[in-house]
Design a binder for this molecule. Structure first.
Ligand code: CA
Length: 225
C-alpha cells in the first residue's frame, strides 16, 4: 500500500487529489502549508509527496530544498502553476523530481506518481551468479538451481568471495584476509574447514582444490546424475 502526502492549500484541488488517489488504492494525508509538508515528509511515513509550489508559510521549492538538504530522498511530484518560469522548470528537470502543470489531467498525475514509485523501488542488482549458483546479497541466501540454501554469516562471506571471482584460483591467504580479516594465524586451517562446509551445502564438485595453490569456484558445473 502506497502512502501519499498531499501538500496543497486549495481545498478544491486537495479534495480532488484525495478522491482520485484513494480510488486508485493509495492512502493519503493532506496538509495545507509548507512547514507541515516538510515535517510530515520527514516522518518517514510516506512513499511520495505531491507538492504544490504555492503554499503558505513555506513554498514548495523551499520544502523540496530543505528535504534534500536534510537527506530526505522521498520522491516528489511537484504541481506547478501554468505561468511558472522556464528556469524553474529547468531546475526541476535537472533533479530527481517530476512536475505536473496545473490545471492537470488526473491520469497524467497518476501516471507520474506510479512511475516515480516504481523508479524508487527498482532494486539494485543484488544477485551474483555463475552457472546455476546465485548469491542474493539482500536476503543473504544462496540459490542452487533456484533452490534457496541457508548459510551462516561466515559461509556466506566465503561464498561471496568465490562468486565475485569465478574460475579464479584463490589462495588460502586471500580467502583468509577477505573473509576473516587479518585476525587469523596464516597457518590456520579455518579456510579448509569452511570450504568443506560450503561443499556440503552447495555440492562437493563446485569448489575445486588446486593443489599447492588454493581453491577455485568452477563456473559451469556439468550435470551430475
Ligand atoms: Ca497553492
Amino acid at each position: 500500500m502506497n502512502r501519499i502526502l498531499i501538500a496543497e492549500d486549495e481545498a478544491r484541488i486537495a479534495s480532488f487529489l484525495e478522491k482520485g488517489l484513494r480510488s486508485n488504492g493509495f492512502v493519503t494525508t493532506t496538509v495545507g502549508d509548507g512547514e507541515s509538508a516538510y515535517q510530515y515528509a520527514r516522518s518517514g511515513s510516506f512513499d511520495l509527496i505531491v507538492l504544490d509550489i504555492g503554499l503558505p508559510i513555506k513554498d514548495g521549492f523551499s520544502v523540496l530544498h530543505d528535504l534534500r538538504a536534510a537527506k530526505v530522498m522521498i520522491p516528489v511530484v511537484i504541481l506547478t502553476a501554468r505561468d511558472t518560469s522556464q528556469d524553474t522548470i529547468a531546475g526541476l528537470e535537472g533533479g530527481a523530481d517530476d512536475y505536473v502543470r496545473k490545471p492537470f489531467v488526473f491520469d497524467e498525475l497518476l501516471a507520474r506518481i506510479r512511475l516515480r514509485l516504481r523508479a524508487d523501488r527498482a532494486p539494485e542488482s543484488t544477485l551474483l551468479t555463475t552457472g546455476d549458483l546465485a548469491l542474493d546479497l539482500r536476503t543473504r541466501r544462496v540459490l542452487v538451481d533456484g533452490r534457496a540454501i541457508e548459510l551462516t554469516a561466515r559461509e556466506f562471506a566465503l561464498a561471496e568471495v568465490f562468486l565475485r571471482h569465478p574460475d579464479q584460483v584463490l589462495s588460502r591467504e586471500q580467502l583468509l584476509s577477505q573473509v576473516w580479516g587479518f585476525d587469523f594465524d596464516p597457518g590456520s586451517n579455518v579456510v579448509d574447514v569452511y570450504v568443506r562446509y560450503l561443499r556440503r551445502k552447495l555440492g562437493e564438485h563446485r569448489i575445486e582444490t588446486v593443489r599447492g595453490m588454493g581453491y577455485r569456484l568452477r563456473p559451469h558445473v556439468p550435470a551430475v546424475n
